[in-house]
Ligand binder design. Structure first.
Ligand code: GDG
Length: 723
């Protein structure tokens, strides 16, 4: 039976040595909990590093011992850990992805170690992989694994989820191995990020650095449809609520409260990391006590820092900085009865965390950058009485879902100072109103729902890939389709124009039908309803094709003209106010790109670059597309990259919608459509299932069949009219 293989750098278990003996410690992390519902089932497995370097004999033992727990270990040497994990992963990728560019370092030997370690993971997966298995790879340590597997197993199903942010192209492009990293991830079919912005940044890097164009969130990678998506991760809500309402957590809260005194507590809990903004939080708290001295003696910061990566120099320095700042605040504002900052550099069991979530009315979570941040969600789930206030950095992925927190810019100390005051003084009713909304959100989007959604989307994408595998139209099929056409009483045929009926021409204005095409159209129009459906201007289509007495759909579906009737606009088009801004952008590119020019249609704008020096045109067109995609977000527009053109059009209408509109009320017994480019895919996708759809050219398509070129299209149409 097909299985699911979860892959992450660390297994959900870690081995430690106590008195020379191996001890297995299970991870209680969010991911392990969420994926527990998968990897513990049937023959599914989790592949990862068990967190320790062992002798060969011990490795063999561990391998056997983990089998029953549905885990398969990947063993890393101390050198791997040093160079791959602490080196490239945590001193190149981590700082780059969190916008700490001054901490980034680029070492060839660490890149090599990263490559080799990824290879070890890929090899381990291949060892256990069987046909139809699904692989789900996690996080930035394993970005090369998807493509390593893709090369070996071209049809395998692979998902990838990035748990940390994906930076803007401007930062990502600084990494010397950027293209290899992107291609590595693009080996996956479905790629998840916590936020829409991470996804957008990834797509833009794929476009600008690796040359892949994308439509919405889809990229065609060597004819394989790849989809990026925004899928915020949640927590096991009930687990945190149950733990926080347990007798043990309540008892601990009471005993801690007794020792701490009566101060209001602000919780701060993070792993030791410069991305978490711990010094900034301490400074803001210190400023708060200075600016509002009436709060001295009344409020304490409960600061938990969980040890992490402290062999790395920048982390060591951070620890010293935090210790210095804690000492400074306590020295300045502390009294015999008052400790301003309670500082713990250690981790705690869950019962303790739950007691902390209970006893601190305010949680102050102000990372400089965070992929998601689960601590704030756990705090929300633990607030049994629906009171409490969350101060949250707008740089954490979670801020996109939790707009009822007090959102702050972690670089704005004044704003953080005021946020502390606001939180302390927030009326109970207001606290409850906000907390209830946030609890509703966190309860709805749990880790289990996230896992289900990811797996379903991955499977769905694989099905769509399969349905896009087109079949060459051979002679037998052509004969059978011709027979069907001849039998049909009311056939309708949708025909794209350029590239489908006509070959591409140096000069796009000289593409009126030649004698052969004219003859075919004249004869065919008698036997079938013909609809030419093109991106061209209405006036051009009318000038070239009106004589055939056929239907015309222009500007990618925006306007339709029934044979003998007048032009009509399809869809509910908003005003064309967007055109001015878009035109300014296009003009900017025209100035910088000799030979390019603007074509203005009634409802779309087109930038042409077929006369531009080769290379420069491609470069500028990809820059322009990214630029347009960025500026057109939320404006209801599509950017289409066609043959030497970049076009902006309203997204409310496309060829597919126009074709369906044309079919309304039509009692037809034969529907066929021909097209060659991206915009024709909308037609193929939209038409009824029994329609015969034909893609002209190679590549994946929603069409059922494929032919090589426009000559083959004409030959088939000629067969239709031959007696
Ligand atoms: C990545 C991304 C993203 C913390 N201290 C203790 C403890 N914890 C638990 C928390 C929470 C988890 O660790 C930390 O979760 P985060 O979300 O903050 O961050 P990471 O897991 O480090 O990292 C992050 C996440 O992946 C998920 O995609 O949100 O942005 O960086 O569950 O409760 N648990 C215990 N004792 C502690 O002292 N038991």
């Amino acid at each position: 039976m097909a299985k699911t293989i979860i892959v992450s750098n660390r297994l959900p278990i870690r081995i430690e040595k106590v008195d020379g003996k191996k001890v297995y410690k299970t991870s209680e992390g969010g991911l392990a909990t969420g994926l527990g519902s998968i990897y513990k089932e049937g023959n599914n497995i989790w592949i990862g590093w068990p967190g320790i370097s062992l002798t060969q004999e011990e490795e063999e033992e561990v391998e056997k011992e983990l089998i029953d727990r549905n885990m398969r270990p990947v063993f890393l040497t101390e050198h791997d850990v040093e160079e791959f994990y602490l080196g490239f992963s945590n001193q190149t990728l981590w700082p780059a992805f969190h916008y700490f560019i001054h901490h980034m370092r680029f070492k060839d030997e660490e890149w090599e170690a990263y490559y080799n370690a990824n290879r070890k993971f890929a090899d381990a997966i291949s060892k256990w992989l069987e046909p139809d298995d699904i692989i789900w790879v996690h996080d930035y340590q394993l970005m090369l694994v998807p493509n390593m597997l893709r090369k070996q197993f071209p049809n395998v199903t692979i998902g990838f989820f990035q748990h940390i942010p994906f930076p803007s192209y401007e930062v990502f492009r600084m990494i010397p191995w950027r293209k290899k990293l992107l291609n590595g991830v693009l080996g996956a079919d479905y790629i998840g990020f916590h936020t829409y912005d991470d996804m957008r940044h990834f797509l833009s890097s794929c476009h600008r650095l690796a040359g892949y164009s994308y439509e919405r969130n889809q990229i065609l990678v060597k004819n394989r449809l790849v989809e990026a998506d925004s899928l915020p991760m949640g927590i096991d809500y009930d687990k945190y609520l149950e733990s926080a309402t347990s007798q043990l957590a309540k008892a601990k809260e009471i005993s801690y409260r007794d020792s701490l005194g009566k101060q209001e507590l602000i919780l701060s809990m993070d792993r030791l990391d410069y991305s978490k903004g711990i010094p900034g939080r301490l400074k803001a708290f210190s400023r708060f006590l200075e600016k509002y001295p009436e709060y001295q003696g009344r409020v304490s910061l409960f600061l938990i820092v969980v040890p992490s990566r402290d062999q790395v120099a920048s982390y060591k320095a951070l620890k010293e900085k935090v210790e210095f700042l804690v000492g400074h605040v306590n020295g300045k504002y502390g009294t015999i009865n008052y400790v301003p900052v309670h500082f713990y550099y250690r981790s705690f069991p869950l019962d303790d965390l739950s007691a902390f979530y209970r006893m601190c009315k305010i949680a102050m979570i102000t990372p400089k950058r965070d992929g998601m941040n689960l601590v704030c969600k756990e705090f929300i789930a633990s607030r049994e009485n629906e009171d409490g206030v969350l101060i949250l950095s707008e740089m954490a992925g979670a801020s996109k879902e939790l707009s009822d927190a007090i959102l702050v810019n972690p670089n704005d100390e004044n704003e953080m100072v005021e946020a502390i005051k606001r939180a302390l003084e927030m009326p109970l009713a207001e606290q409850k109103r906000r907390m209830k909304i946030m609890q509703g959100t966190v309860k709805k989007y749990t880790i289990f729902q996230w896992v289900d959604l990811f797996m379903n989307n991955l499977k769905d994408l694989k099905e769509r890939q399969q349905s896009m595998a087109t079949k060459r139209l051979d002679d037998d099929l052509k004969a059978s389709i011709t027979k069907q056409f001849k039998k049909a009483k009311n056939p309708i045929i949708f025909l794209d124009y350029d590239g489908t009926l006509m070959p591409f021409h140096e000069n796009p204005d000289e593409c009126d039908p030649d004698a052969e095409l004219s003859q075919i159209l004249h004869q065919l129009a008698v036997k079938a309803k013909l609809v030419v459906i093109s991106g061209r201007k209405a006036a051009t289509l009318e000038e070239w094709l009106d004589e055939f007495n056929i239907d015309l759909i222009a500007e990618h579906g925006i306007k339709t003209k029934r044979a003998g009737a007048k032009w009509e606009v399809n869809g509910d088009l908003q005003d064309d106010g967007w055109k001015k801004e878009a035109r300014d952008i296009l003009e900017f590119y025209i100035q910088r790109t000799p030979g390019s020019f603007l074509e203005e249609k009634e409802h779309t704008l087109v930038w042409h670059y077929r006369k531009v020096e080769k290379g420069l045109g491609d470069l500028r067109s990809s820059e322009l597309s990214s630029h347009l995609k960025h500026f057109m977000t939320n404006k209801g527009l599509d950017v289409i990259e066609g043959d030497h053109v970049v076009e902006v059009k309203p997204s409310v209408i496309n060829k597919g919608k126009a074709a369906i509109e044309r079919l309304k009320g039509e009692k037809t017994d034969f529907i066929m459509a021909f097209g060659d480019d991206r915009t024709d895919e909308d037609t193929f996708e939209a038409l009824p299932k029994d329609a015969l759809t034909v893609k002209v050219g190679s590549g994946f398509s929603y069409a059922k069949f494929a032919v090589e070129n426009n000559e083959e299209v004409r030959a088939l149409l000629q067969d239709f009219v031959n007696e």
